[in-house]
Design a protein around this ligand. Structure first.
Ligand code: GLN
Length: 494
């Protein structure tokens, strides 16, 4: 198997046994990037020269007999809303097209310390607002399994890069599902950790109370490795906390005997595609046969989650994005007559339609006459959703749902009304509202041969249990991503 198609775990082992060098791994991934990018467009910026330098350093260390840090020589893609010192960070927006951060996001610092090799900055929906990666000013990313379909979003570039071997794993951000939904659409694993478990320092803010840095990888164990490398308290993010025991990978893959898995019937009814519901229930039964217990749980207020999410996330976005005024940094319109027109024109020309829609909606729900009717009510409803999840966790250890109501849709679909697109987040947003960890794992293919994802949601800081159950599932079923890669080669003749 080509080096780019290996997991981080295998590559780490091969490096330490001197079966390959970090330079060879990097060369394999960059040749894959060159072969795939013209079709896929998973990246906004590729940083090959810097990556080869990083890889050379790992090889020098290895040659000198030094102990390698945990992720030494593993190529990682970074979503382009995470600040990278000296490397343009655009948020896929005209507003930040020329922004070169003077500092690294905390997660990038940690990955650099862990010896990872940065492949580049991955494509996304503008300012991480969207579910299809089509609203990037740099053009859309395609789904590696079918170029006529979306990869999901907003971390669609990260998901497509990982699924195609253009990166071994990648970081994304998840405010309402932006790691899990593209992971499901591209057939890879995606984790949104507990709110506060990973520093948001250097993650360009969308909705601060919901934003969390997340991980995408081709195996559950790689996802755990990446999470482990970036989790932990950071004084620069006041909401970050120290994880009790972040050593995850060692104990993964234990049998699920006795695990109580909650099944909320509301998530399997209504507008869900029957083939997706079937695949996810099959996965639940696979775990049941392995000794887990399926327990019915009620999550009635989950129906409101989507509306609550769009009110709260837009409110916070309207406030966070107020900083882009054309004065301090970011895009500035030329030849403005006065300050007012500088503000107006810079924001009108710098932001795309979806971002403007969120700013307008957010400003409206926070305005004097509407605050009580929308924003405060949504906050109360969000708290009710969190309470309901906590009550359910008295009966079960984790909750299993579909990640999305359908598999990846066509490039030309859901363009008429923004609501059509918003609905694809209906199963993912609740975990953000409640601050809970949630994981999407591939669980087979839908009728159209596109991957389906099952979502596991657990109590705060239960990453270990979620990753453990998923790792066992992966052991039972075999890793899904590799057949998907092969399938991609068949379909596109790559
Ligand atoms: N698709 C959702 C939205 O458009 C989620 C975005 C995200 O998680 N960043 O808001």
């Amino acid at each position: 198997m080509e080096l780019y198609a290996q997991t981080a775990e295998t590559l780490g082992r091969m490096l330490r046994r001197r079966e390959c060098s970090a330079m060879e791994i990097a060369a394999s991934v960059f040749s894959r990037i060159r072969a795939c990018e013209p079709d896929l467009h998973a990246y906004i910026t590729v940083t090959e020269a810097a990556a080869l330098e990083q890889a050379a350093k790992v090889d020098e260390k290895l040659a000198a007999g030094g102990k390698l840090p945990p992720l030494a020589g593993i190529p990682v893609g970074i979503k382009d809303n995470l600040c990278t010192k000296g490397v343009r960070t655009t948020c896929a927006s005209r507003m930040l097209a020329a922004f070169v951060p003077p500092y690294d996001a905390a997660v990038c610092e940690k990955l650099a310390e862990a010896g990872a090799v940065f492949t580049g900055k991955t494509n996304l929906d503008e300012f991480a607002m969207g579910s299809s990666s089509r609203s990037s000013i740099y053009g859309p990313t395609k789904n590696p399994l079918d170029f006529a379909r979306v990869p999901g979003g907003s971390s669609g570039g990260s998901a497509a890069a990982v699924a195609s071997g253009e990166a071994v794993f990648a970081l994304g951000s998840d405010t309402g599902g932006s790691v899990r939904q593209p992971a499901a659409y591209c057939g890879v694993v995606g984790l949104k950790p507990t709110y506060g478990s990973v520093s948001r320092y250097g993650l360009i803010a969308f909705a601060s109370s919901l934003d969390q840095v997340g991980m995408l990888a081709r195996s559950v164990r790689d996802t755990a490795l990446l999470f482990e490398a970036v989790a932990g308290r950071d004084v620069r993010d006041a909401t970050s906390v120290e994880m009790a025991a972040p050593v995850l990978t060692a104990g993964l893959g234990q049998p699920v005997e006795g695990l109580r898995i909650g099944i909320p019937s509301a998530y399997f009814e209504g507008s869900i595609a029957p083939d997706v519901a079937e695949r996810v229930m099959e996965a639940a039964h696979t775990l049941e046969k392995a000794g887990a217990r399926l327990v019915p749980v009620t999550l009635s207020s989950a129906h409101d989650a989507l509306a609550v999410y769009y009110v709260l996330s837009s409110a916070e976005a309207s406030s966070n994005l107020a900083r882009y005024d054309g004065v301090r940094y970011g895009y500035r319109a030329a030849d403005c007559e006065n300050l007012q027109s500088l503000y107006e024109r810079s924001r009108s020309e710098g932001f795309g339609d979806e971002v403007k829609r969120r700013i307008l909606l957010g400003t409206f729900v926070l305005s004097a006459g509407s605050r009580e009717a929308y924003y405060l009510r949504a906050q109360r409803a969000g708290q009710r959703i969190a309470r309901e999840f906590n009550e359910a966790f008295a009966l079960c250890d984790c909750i299993l749902t579909p990640t999305t109501p359908e598999t990846a849709f066509g490039m030309g679909e859901k363009l008429e009304s923004p609501l059509d697109l918003y609905v694809s987040d209906c199963y993912t947003v609740a975990a953000n509202l409640a601050g809970l960890p949630a994981l999407s794992v591939p669980c087979g293919f839908g009728a159209n041969r596109m991957p389906a994802g099952m979502q596991l949601v657990g109590p705060r800081f239960s990453e270990r249990a979620l990753l453990g159950a998923a790792a066992w599932y992966e052991t039972l079923c075999g890793p899904f991503p590799m057949p998907a890669l092969g399938e991609w080669r068949d379909r596109h003749g790559v």
